[in-house]
Design a protein around this ligand. Structure first.
Ligand SMILES: C[S@@+](CC[C@H](N)C(=O)[O-])C[C@H]1O[C@@H](n2cnc3c(N)ncnc32)[C@H](O)[C@@H]1O
Length: 256
């Protein structure tokens, strides 16, 4: 069993489920790099999925997930309300997502993950908590941002403990690279923020260099940022701390 759901697993199939809509800036949204042959930041892996996560994937995807599609989303239609929209990339098992969406109930959270068990786990959390402000896209975030997010539309972006790809020969797989950060910056509204965190010092240095070199962004701090109150300690952070790693937060904003 692979962990990546078939593309049609997220297709809405009945009334009351989410419907597609196209944002007026859709054509603009698909015009930039990275291109179709970009290096993936993840690998398809076999992993355990619980019966509860599988059941959530089968029954809840149509309610809370949107299929990947090369047309920009209309956030107001997707969430059923106008509100600041935050993109989260790589939510893992979704425990941090749930906590932040609970404390920031006035914001919308568009959450992207490729990992089947993680998507199933967050679907279960949505169902149990009754949260209404989370939507999921199970797809490569690079393509989602390139094709589904309109320019100047996001209030914020969260990238917490992205896979560190520690070997030098794998650094090319890291998410935080100049082309992707340029693309992300273009999707932020002026004044919007991008918040990254990692427990790998060498990746933190790369993040600081890449974000610092993106001319449309400015650092909200001198160097690294203190962890903001809204970000709880994540599962991967806890593991990193147990291994004796440090933790580095970075918060950059799009210039106005
Ligand atoms: C190390 S985990 C961190 C999970 C969570 N943010 C945390 O701090 O506990 C990184 C996650 O990013 C996901 N991921 C990696 N590349 C991705 C991509 N291009 N699109 C969507 N998700 C991705 C992986 O599947 C994995 O679940």
């Amino acid at each position: 069993m692979t962990t990546i759901a078939p593309m049609n697993a997220t297709e809405p199939t009945s009334p009351g489920q989410l419907t597609d809509s196209t944002h007026p800036k859709a054509n603009e949204a698909s015009a930039t790099h990275p291109g179709p042959s970009h290096i993936r930041s993840f690998v398809h892996r076999r992993s355990h999925i619980t019966p509860g996560q599988k059941e959530a994937l089968d029954s809840l995807m149509p309610l809370w997930a949107r299929p990947y599609r090369a047309a920009a989303l209309d956030f107001e239609q997707v969430f059923g309300r106008p509100a600041a929209t935050i993109l989260e990339i790589g939510f893992g098992m979704g425990e941090t997502t749930e906590k932040i969406a609970t404390t920031r109930a006035d914001d919308n959270f568009l959450c992207v993950e490729v990992f089947n068990a993680g998507v199933g786990a967050l679907l279960k959390r949505i169902e149990t908590s009754g949260l209404q402000n989370i939507r999921i896209i199970q797809h490569d975030a690079v393509e989602v941002v390139r094709d589904m997010i309109a320019p100047d539309s996001l209030a914020g972006i969260h990238i917490y403990f992205p896979d560190p790809w520690p070997k030098s020969r794998h650094h090319k797989r890291r998410l935080v690279q100049p082309p992707f950060i340029a693309l992300l910056a273009s999707r932020l509204a002026p004044g919007g923020y991008i918040h990254c965190a990692t427990d790998w010092e060498n990746y933190a240095e790369q993040m600081l260099a890449v974000l610092g070199a993106e001319s449309s962004l400015e650092n909200s701090c001198e160097g690294y940022a203190p962890r903001p109150d809204f970000r709880p300690q994540t599962k991967f952070e806890t593991r990193g701390l147990r291994l004796g790693h440090g933790v580095w937060d970075l918060i950059f904003t799009r210039k106005k």
